[in-house]
Write a protein that binds this ligand. Structure first.
Ligand SMILES: [Zn+2]
Ligand SMILES: [Zn+2]
Length: 240
């Protein structure tokens, strides 16, 4: 099916029985995806650093802390994610964020939920999505991080608080800023509500980790407001 037709039919909800990624008719026993897309979208299960998501070696290697994370502590403990930010996963996330892809919510929520369940050794007290500035929220109509967080919250009965962390200024999108400038671009852009987060372990949810500057700023803001621990959940890790 041609991409435009696929997008339109998907938006009209006409893809029942079809793979939401490529649009081919799928069999009955592969879940929502056709076998080829299910293969493309397998989660990464090994060969990465569980703190920053750096990929190394083969997927069959065990996950272990990279030397950088051993030397420089990050403001979070565990990073949960689905996979590398390329191929079908990257396309899905871009469609979800920029092409009115709300019909992809369920699929991506399932991935986020599975990523959380693969390593949820400790249950967070609170789930907090990375906030959008209200102007960006008006433009997009939904906060993708909040949508991703919803299913984990309901499935595991964990409170979800989209107001615990707010964006106090509208920054230039990180993707349009040089990697070295991103930390400065996002500095002091968030405020956490101490009454909601103090003494609580927080699962912070976003869609993609690139340089990590946004997540670092959010995690630091939560710690300053008294959070006892922060873990991160994202769909994909982009490495430049
Ligand atoms: Zn497919
Ligand atoms: Zn690392």
């Amino acid at each position: 099916m041609r991409p435009l037709i696929r997008r339109l039919t998907a938006r009209l909800g006409l893809l029942q029985g079809r793979c939401p990624v490529c649009g081919v008719l799928r069999g009955t026993d592969h879940g929502p995806l056709c076998p080829a897309c299910a293969r493309d979208l397998r989660p990464r299960t090994g060969g990465y650093c569980p703190r920053c998501g750096l990929f190394f070696g083969a997927e069959t290697d065990e996950a272990h802390l990279c030397s950088d994370c051993r030397l420089h502590p990050r403001p979070w403990d565990r990073l949960h994610f689905h996979g590398r930010h390329d191929g079908a996963l990257r396309e899905l996330i871009l469609a979800y964020k920029f092409s009115g892809g709300l019909h992809l919510s369920r699929l991506l929520q399932d991935m986020a939920l599975a990523a959380f369940e693969r390593h949820n050794e400790s249950r967070p007290d609170l789930i907090v999505p990375v906030p959008l500035h209200r102007r960006r929220l008006l433009w997009r109509g939904y906060n993708q991080s909040l949508e991703l967080a919803r299913r984990i919250a309901t499935r595991h009965n964990i409170p979800l608080d989209a107001r615990a962390l707010v964006r106090t200024r509208n920054t230039v999108p990180q993707t349009r800023v040089e990697a070295g400038e991103r930390r400065r671009n996002i500095r002091d852009a968030f405020r956490a509500d101490a009454a909601s987060v103090a003494g609580k372990s927080v699962l912070l949810v976003d869609d993609v980790l690139t340089t990590g500057a946004t997540l670092e700023e959010c995690a630091k803001t939560l710690h300053k407001a008294g959070s006892s621990a922060v873990d991160i959940l994202i769909l994909s890790v982009a490495q430049e």
